[in-house]
Write a protein that binds this ligand. Structure first.
Ligand SMILES: NC(=O)c1ccc[n+]([C@@H]2O[C@H](COP(=O)([O-])OP(=O)(O)OC[C@H]3O[C@@H](n4cnc5c(N)ncnc54)[C@H](O)[C@@H]3O)[C@@H](O)[C@H]2O)c1
Length: 307
């Protein structure tokens, strides 16, 4: 039987996720949006692209959640993106209403789905998805860490003129400007980052990574990043459906790990057919612990406002 992925919100990130997923040919796709005709038009356009790339999947667009029934994965991208000058947290209450509705509507006909959340503020929206859906915590994952790490990898590749494939970075913590790029665990072909880049260059890359989302928002003027966030979601969906046991940084429900409880937070997770199979704990220095704790405080404050 074919896999089915439903994408709620067919805007910039939702439709680009559909594009990256279609390239992978791993599931039939359903795009749902409240805008009349828009998800139908984008789905048909994508379906018409498939003969050119030789991929045999079905892509359906709808304003009706009924078509999402029996999804293996539900991807939540519905909600407002930030505007220049806004933080992700400024979206909290508006997007909470949208996400709450999207999760309620999808979980009733896809009770066994795994939810991948993209809507911001990410960690709080993943938490809300868990509470509204009442699925087990391993079945809700927020996308942040693959994107944030990819940004850091891209900046290092630009600086060193080395293939992106040689660069491994791990950005943990909440998906906000307090995120924690773990420079000590990051490396270029096994060489620790701290040995290959001068201190000031590394500090500048860490800073640019933290503000990477805002940099794109300021350039675009309307809307936020979509190519890199969308391909990050596609990688997670592929790891799940192919049961790859892939370890990536992502926002997961913590129940004591890293000293944190009842919170979604960016940590290394292993993804397979059951969603989050395992959470890995790094041994952290005091400085790293304190950076993570200040990031966690911001996430916890957002979550508290939703209760
Ligand atoms: N976690 C991340 O790494 C990351 C990265 C990029 C964007 N985002 C977030 O993802 C969200 C979407 O961003 P975007 O660029 O795709 O925005 P967008 O405005 O292009 O698309 C959002 C879509 O959601 C739709 N929508 C609103 N309410 C809906 C509902 N109840 N049901 C179905 N669809 C609904 C809108 O009509 C719109 O088409 C934003 O909150 C943004 O901040 C997160």
């Amino acid at each position: 039987m074919k896999n089915k992925i439903s994408i709620i919100g067919a805007g910039m990130t939702g439709s680009t996720t559909a594009h990256w997923l279609a390239e992978r040919e791993i599931a039939d796709l359903v795009l749902v949006d409240i805008l009349e005709g828009m998800p139908q038009g984008k789905a048909l356009d994508l379906q018409e692209a498939l003969p050119v790339i030789g991929k045999d999947i079905k892509v359906i667009g709808s304003n009706d959640y009924l078509l999402t029934a029996d999804s293996d994965i539900v991807i939540i991208t519905a909600g407002l993106p930030r505007k220049p000058g806004m933080s992700r947290d400024d979206l909290l209450f508006t997007n909470a209403e949208i996400v709450r509705y999207a999760v309620m509507e999808t979980v009733k006909s896809s009770p066994n789905a795994i939810f991948i959340v993209l809507t911001n503020p990410l960690d709080a929206m993943a938490y809300l998805t868990l509470k509204v859906s009442q699925v087990s915590p391993n079945r809700v994952i927020g996308q942040a860490g693959i994107l944030d790490s990819a940004r850091m990898r891209a900046f290092i590749a630009m600086e060193l003129n080395v293939s992106v494939e040689n660069i491994h970075c791990y950005v943990l913590g909440g998906h906000g400007d307090e995120m924690v790029p773990l420079t000590r665990a990051s490396n270029v072909a096994g060489i620790p980052l701290e040995n290959i880049l001068p201190q000031d260059k590394l500090a500048a890359i860490v800073d640019r990574t933290r503000k990477g989302g805002g940099e794109i928002v300021s350039l675009l003027k309307t809307g936020s990043a979509f190519y890199a966030p969308a391909v990050s979601v596609a990688q997670m969906a592929e790891a799940i459906l192919k049961d790859k046991h892939l370890i990536v940084p992502a926002s997961a429900y913590l129940d004591g790990q890293y000293g944190l409880k009842d919170i979604f937070f960016g940590v290394p997770v292993q993804l397979g057919r059951n969603g989050v199979e395992k959470i890995f704990e790094y041994e952290l220095t005091d400085a790293e612990k304190s950076a993570l704790s200040s990031s966690a405080q911001g996430v916890a404050e957002n979550i508290a406002k939703l209760r």
